[in-house]
Design a protein around this ligand. Structure first.
Ligand SMILES: Cc1cc2nc3c(=O)[nH]c(=O)nc-3n(C[C@H](O)[C@H](O)[C@H](O)COP(=O)(O)OP(=O)(O)OC[C@H]3O[C@@H](n4cnc5c(N)ncnc54)[C@H](O)[C@@H]3O)c2cc1C
Length: 469
């Protein structure tokens, strides 16, 4: 009997497993590997606070593309929402831990049906630390010293921790007042009040971290530092969208310059209708993966160096109630957003001293902080990642990074990873944020549920072929 091993069981790994069980055509074994705290939930849906919200409304968070109301139906059936109108719930940004519960309930249903589907499931509460791959077999080494052997593997290890900043004093990264992992509750629970806290980065994780600190009683100032210092934008009315740009995209390649012209034209048109530029970026979403794949490498590099910060600001927005809380903190002098460049972090007794060049004031500032929390977003250059597994795989030639070092080089149609010789491996697949370099949009539930379904169907086919079915 063939075995499929899934490494990492956040949304992507869990949904691949669920789709595999659902689509099973003949018997196979499924081995799922992740540590217990993250199993089913991953990073995103195992939040440090019950108040952290999804950044997508309930109506658009179904785990299944063919059942778009699945999450909403699950929510409507919950006791705590009794009496709330379905349409209100559909347009609500619900707490992220709820979504984790939803995933757990989907997994529990799938596990029950696995026996009838002839799928043998085994769960390893461990991390994979090493991998050996031949044409026939994949062997995984786990940190509990177990070995897993499978004929097929799916790498679903998701988002890496943020990369450490580019400073000379790298010893500071081991200091207890420097927090590399912003998703660990420890980061918002432990800073003492004596000095302000500095958050590196100014995106969605910054918003969670600021509110997490406040929720845990942190009453001193909170400062953020990012190259552009843009304020995180809020979502508009979920029901109001801009669609006119859709007709502009076609299958033929469009240059970055042409695309920019189209986007600028439609931002102007949208604004004339009272809509924001962000609604235009939302409208491009169904075409983004294709557009990205059609760009030349030079255009992709240009986009990353000149336009990425604008794209990210318009694309990754926060619910308005979170935005309001941040605005209030800013207005009351508790939150300061600096635009600048970090120069150095050093230690001085009970604080960290941070030097940065302030772009607005055009001078170097030096400030003392109780803690520095790194919210600069997951590192994509895997050689700078904390995970031993992927780095080892790159060094051993099992995997290669894509040409922009945004993730793993993978065939965008079959999800088979490429090896060090740029040949696709027929037995090893990748899913999720690791495909950013190949697809650009490969982060949200909307894309990942499609990938999970596609990979599971390809795998079921391969199992059928290899057993002569
Ligand atoms: C804070 C946050 C909030 C988000 N909110 C939303 C939202 O509201 N809506 C939306 O659509 N998207 C959201 N996203 C995007 C999110 O990336 C995806 O929705 C999805 O959760 C990604 O799932 P994943 O399984 O690919 O990765 P992850 O959630 O990162 O899961 C990867 C799993 O792999 C495990 N792992 C890693 N290395 C190993 C190893 N060596 N061995 C075994 N296991 C390993 C980890 O423990 C983890 O459980 C959010 C992301 C973040 C970070």
């Amino acid at each position: 009997m063939k075995t499929i091993a899934i490494i990492g069981c956040g949304f992507s790994g869990t949904m691949t497993a669920i789709q595999l069980i659902k689509n099973a055509a003949e018997p196979f074994s499924l081995v799922l590997i992740d540590h217990p705290g993250h199993f089913n939930r991953g990073i995103a849906y195992n939040p440090s606070s019950k108040k952290q919200l999804l950044n997508v409304t309930a109506a658009r968070m179904s785990a299944f593309q063919d059942k778009p109301d699945d999450f909403l139906n699950w929510v409507v059936g919950r006791e705590e929402f009794t009496g709330i109108h379905r349409d209100v719930l559909a347009n609500t940004y619900l707490p992220r831990y709820f979504y984790g519960e939803y995933l757990e309930s989907l997994w529990s249903e799938a596990l029950q049906s696995s026996i009838a589907q002839n799928v043998t499931v085994s769960i390893k509460h461990a991390l994979a630390t090493g991998m050996e791959v031949s044409d026939q077999e994949i062997t995984l080494l786990l940190d509990n010293d177990e070995k897993v052997t499978a004929q097929f593997g799916v790498i679903a290890t998701g988002n890496c921790l943020p990369g450490n900043p580019d400073i000379k004093n790298t010893g500071i990264f081991n200091h207890p007042r420097y927090y590399r992992n912003p998703w660990d509750a420890y980061a918002v629970k432990t800073p003492d009040l004596k000095f302000p806290v500095l958050i590196l980065g100014n995106g969605l994780t910054m918003a969670d971290t600021v509110l997490g600190l406040v929720e845990n009683g942190f009453d001193n100032e909170i400062h953020t530092l990012s190259p552009h210092g843009f304020t995180t934008l809020q979502h508009g009315q979920p029901a109001i969208g801009y669609t006119a740009i859709a007709g502009e995209f076609h299958n033929n390649r469009q240059s970055l310059t042409d695309l920019l012209r189209i986007v600028i034209k439609h931002i102007r048109l949208a604004r004339n209708q009272g809509l924001t530029a962000a609604t235009v970026i939302d409208a491009i979403r169904p075409f983004t993966q294709q557009i990205w794949q059609n760009l030349t490498i030079r255009e992709k590099r240009l986009f990353l160096s000149r336009l990425r910060h604008l794209w990210d600001t318009a694309r990754h927005r926060i619910p308005s109630q979170i935005h309001d809380k941040l605005m209030k903190l800013e207005a009351s002098g508790k939150l300061y957003l600096h635009s600048g460049k970090l120069i150095e972090i050093t230690e001085d007794g009970d604080c960290l001293i941070v030097r940065f060049f302030d772009h607005q004031k055009q001078l170097t500032q030096e400030m003392r902080f109780s803690a520095v929390i790194n919210c600069t977003g997951p590192v994509t250059d895997l050689m700078k990642a904390e995970s031993g597994l992927l780095k080892k795989c790159l060094v051993n030639g099992i995997l290669v990074q894509d040409e922009l070092n945004l993730g793993i080089a993978t065939d965008p149609k079959t999800f088979e990873v490429y090896d060090g010789l740029h040949e696709s491996r027929r037995n090893l697949f990748a899913i999720g944020p690791l495909l950013k370099g190949v697809l650009w949009e490969s982060t949200a539930v909307k894309e990942l549920r499609e990938q999970a379904e596609a990979i599971s169907k390809l795998l079921i086919n391969k199992i059928g072929q290899s057993s002569g079915g």
